[in-house]
Design a protein around this ligand. Structure first.
Ligand code: BF8
Ligand code: SF4
Length: 635
């Protein structure tokens, strides 16, 4: 096997990596190799830098120091490091949610003219949930909704409003355990506080704090981001699209949006069609303007507009190395600092837009919701003008691209399954109860150069659908399956088990459903709650024949997602490498065993996609047995 195929299963990636090597351009894979061997103490969670008496390290062989200078042992150090990561992940998703809420507020005040309320139904539903008088004029309702939601971040007591969306049994459990989140910011701050030097030294209590903090993301910040984005930008509908580096076009101005917050990229979608800019592009010798996305911003504009996806996390440098990208505009999260150097090897302009995420020496055009369209237009214009500087001899776009269908939300699944006039989860529940469908799995998260890119996501997805398990995906994981062709309805025939195939054929859906970006993992939580409410599959999310996985994770956000999945009752398997806790036997065993007694779900760590599938299937079968469901129809 050559070096490139060890790095990625994606032929387009392999081709661009060859080009990178020829041109002596370093990528994430080269830098990963430079780091080897990675620090063993950190991998085991046994290194602490919390205070300035340290850094301290615990000897994993039991011969050297068994505590840090302050006396903290391996349990405290491992749990504390992990809890900090959960808080960091929650802060990222939640700050994203806050920015969307702020945009909604500006919109209500008439200060964000470029936006409108595109899903009025969802606005009404939310207003009803918040007990706002629906007879008020729309602007008042919008303002009230935005204000109440903004208050969720700084709330000091009671619990987050969306906690009520969870099954009652789960809500009671959270209350009993003291992990029902009060305010989004409060839980993040509290977790950071307890992980200071000399505060919480009880690993179980630290994990509890992390669970509570993660719930403030899943049922708070992320859910807010999803709901308000749907209200402002419109709820996604099933939509066709294309994916992989082949979506970049040789004769077009290529603009790539990368990052997470769709509030700006949405305007880029509009500006790329602006007649004035299209005309200018033609004057510069291009056929037009081609917009494509990377990472979760890609998922957002794909779900709502069918904008092509240039790739997932590990594609970001490669898109530039094709030599065909005029502008890569970025906002926040998952943007490699290396982009600056890679872009400097080409004519590509890297443009930062968010005051929270700047790169030294990189052009910054600050985005404000008050002048959203103007900013987007300015950036696209830069791209168009940059087209003349493209060196045609260095352009090499791989041909690979794949069709896909995305745009599945909990509401859509509801409608598709139940029919236009009787939207309901009944048919889905019946399919599980009758044994046609074995269960449901969520596969989420990133890519990681530690593993062969996309291999784990796609192999796991194929194994699960083969076993009649409906797969829900988000984030870079969904993009991996899309590239592999799993997101087209016809793929069900080739890969899915008979029962799942029958369902997919009857309703015309793929066996792998793309639910959106990483904040849209909150859609999985609400869908799971609706399934419970529909009846026949237990009283709590932990009763469901369902499981989660993050096979190629790298971001702290993925840990937070895992934590709120588990805290919500979903058994979740992580690939890549385990959380850095193996140096503490107690913390590892708490996460992978005892947690089940506490919250009805636990973590597993596994670095083989087939074994991972086996673990998830065994879990699903165990839950089927406990629910006394009918035997599987076809397995
Ligand atoms: O939020 S899956 S690499 S892009 S962190 Fe980042 Fe991971 Fe991709 Fe989306 Ni999610
Ligand atoms: Fe060392 Fe304790 Fe300070 Fe951590 S908190 S660096 S273990 S002294």
């Amino acid at each position: 096997m050559d070096k490139e195929s060890k790095r990625s299963i994606d032929i387009a990636v392999q081709k661009v990596l060859k080009k990178a090597e020829e041109e002596n351009i370093k990528t994430v894979w080269d830098r990963f190799e430079e780091q080897l061997p990675q620090c063993g103490f950190s991998q085991l969670g046994l290194c602490c830098t919390v205070c300035n008496m340290g850094p301290c390290r615990i000897d994993p062989f039991g011969e050297g120091a068994q505590t840090g200078i302050c006396g903290a042992d391996s349990d405290t150090i491992a749990a504390r490091n992990l809890a900090r990561k959960v808080a960091a992940g929650a802060s990222a998703h939640s700050d994203h949610g806050r920015d969307v809420a702020h945009t909604l507020f500006l919109l209500a005040e008439g200060k964000a003219h470029d936006y409108q309320i595109l899903d009025k139904n969802k606005l009404k539903e939310l207003a009803k949930e918040l007990e706002i008088n629906l007879d008020l004029p729309e602007e008042k309702i919008v303002k009230e909704v935005a204000w109440r939601i903004l208050m969720e971040f700084g709330k000091q007591q009671d619990q987050l409003i969306f906690i009520k969306r969870a099954p009652e049994k789960r809500q009671n459990l959270w209350k009993k355990l003291g992990i029902s989140p009060r305010g989004v910011d409060r839980e993040i701050v509290e977790t950071l506080h307890t992980t200071n030097m000399g505060v919480d030294n009880d690993y179980k209590n630290l994990i509890k704090s992390a669970l509570k903090c993660s719930l403030s993301d899943g049922w708070g910040g992320s859910m807010i981001a999803t709901d308000l984005q749907d209200i402002i930008l419109g709820s996604p509908q099933p939509i066709r699209g294309k994916v992989n580096l082949g979506v970049l076009k040789e004769d077009f101005v290529n603009i790539v949006v990368h990052g997470h917050e769709p509030i700006l990229s949405e305007m880029a979608v509009k500006a790329a069609k602006d007649p004035e800019l299209v005309k200018l592009a033609k004057e510069k010798g291009a056929q037009g303007i081609n917009l494509a996305g990377i990472c979760c911003t890609a998922n957002e504009v794909l779900m709502r507009h069918g904008i092509p996806v240039a790739g997932n996390f590990l594609h970001q440098e490669l898109a530039i190395i094709t030599g065909a990208v005029e502008v890569m505009m970025v906002d926040v999260q998952c943007i490699m600092p290396a982009l600056k150097d890679v872009a400097s090897c080409f004519h590509t302009k890297l443009i930062t837009t968010n005051p929270k995420a700047r790169f030294p020496g990189v052009e910054h055009i600050e985005f404000e919701p008050q002048k959203a369209y103007e900013v987007a237009k300015k950036i696209i214009r830069l791209g168009v003008e940059n087209f003349s500087y493209r060196n045609k001899d260095r352009v090499n776009i791989p041909k690979q691209q794949m069709d896909l269908v995305a745009g599945f939300t909990k509401e859509i699944v509801f409608r598709i399954l139940g029919g236009r006039y009787r939207a309901t989860y009944r048919p889905l529940n019946e399919a599980i109860i009758s044994g046609r469908l074995r269960g449901i799995a969520g596969i989420v998260g990133c890519n990681n150069p530690k593993q062969t890119h996309d291999y784990f996501h796609t192999t796991l997805a194929k194994e699960l659908i083969k076993n009649d398990i409906l797969v829900l995906q988000t984030g870079c994981s969904a993009i991996a399956s899309a590239k592999e062709g799993l997101l087209i309805p016809e793929a069900a025939k080739e890969y899915a088990g008979k029962g799942l195939q029958e369902i997919c054929e009857a309703v015309g859906i793929p066996a792998v459903l793309h639910l959106g970006s990483c904040v849209d993992n909150s859609r999985i939580l609400t869908a799971a709650s609706e399934i419970i409410a529909e009846g026949g599959l237990g009283e709590d999310i932990s009763d469901l024949p369902a499981a989660g996985a993050a096979p190629e994770w790298m971001s702290e956000k993925a840990i937070t997602i895992g934590f709120y999945f588990v805290a919500s009752g979903v058994y979740t398997v992580f690939g890549a490498s385990p959380f850095a806790v193996l140096g503490s036997k107690n913390v590892s065993s708490y996460l992978t065993k005892e947690l089940e007694e506490l919250v009805g779900a636990r973590f597993d760590f596994c670095d083989d996609p087939f074994k991972m599938a086996k673990l998830m299937i065994e879990h699903i079968d165990k839950k089927r047995e406990l629910l006394k469901l009918k035997p599987l129809m076809y397995q």
